[in-house]
Write a protein that binds this ligand. Structure first.
Ligand code: DQA
Length: 162
């Protein structure tokens, strides 16, 4: 739903950031905690929404295990968001459809990973979106998202990038 459609929403009229989480990230906290940490996705999302308000951003979050649902959600954000933060999870390494929809909406995008994919299996070293995002943040666990949101705040405020 568009920001404009939410009268009374504390995030209304703020620059809007959509955070998208890919497959299996709904299991954060339980799934391979030695790799992904013990923070749950609910905790991450709540923290991002609260931090967004501190930074002057309206944050919406979305998780799906389905590539098509992720494409649909990003398409729905076309013309409505100022930045996209995405952890495509396993689709990072395979999805042309997610690359194409990021190009289609034209909003600046930040790629996030909890783990440092370069310390892991070679199949995780390729990203279909690495060359079309503003930047990539990985290896800091749940804090990767926090760092990405701070970067999104800079981007949406028009701050210059290095
Ligand atoms: C991940 C890394 C991916 O390789 C993996 O498939 C994930 C999570 C990360 O956040 O570290 O599901 O994107």
């Amino acid at each position: 739903m568009a920001r404009e459609d939410r009268p009374g929403d504390p995030g209304a009229n703020l620059p809007s950031v959509l955070v998208v989480h890919g497959p299996n990230l709904n299991l954060l906290g339980e799934r391979e905690p030695e790799v992904y940490g013990r923070t749950t996705l609910k905790d991450i999302d709540e923290h991002l929404i609260a931090l967004g308000l501190e930074l002057g951003l309206a944050v919406e979050t979305f998780q799906s295990n389905s590539e098509g649902a992720i494409v649909d959600r990003i398409q729905a954000a076309r013309g409505k968001i100022h930045a996209l933060i995405i952890n495509p999870a396993a689709y990072t390494h395979t999805s042309v459809a997610i690359r194409d929809v990021i190009l289609a909406i034209g909003a600046p995008c930040i790629e996030v990973h909890l783990s440092n994919v370069y310390k892991r299996e070679p199949m995780r070293h390729h990203s279909t979106i690495a060359d079309i995002v503003v930047g990539r943040i990985m290896g800091f666990g749940a804090e990767s998202y926090t760092l990405a949101l701070r970067a999104a705040a800079r981007i949406t405020s028009g701050a210059t990038r290095a």
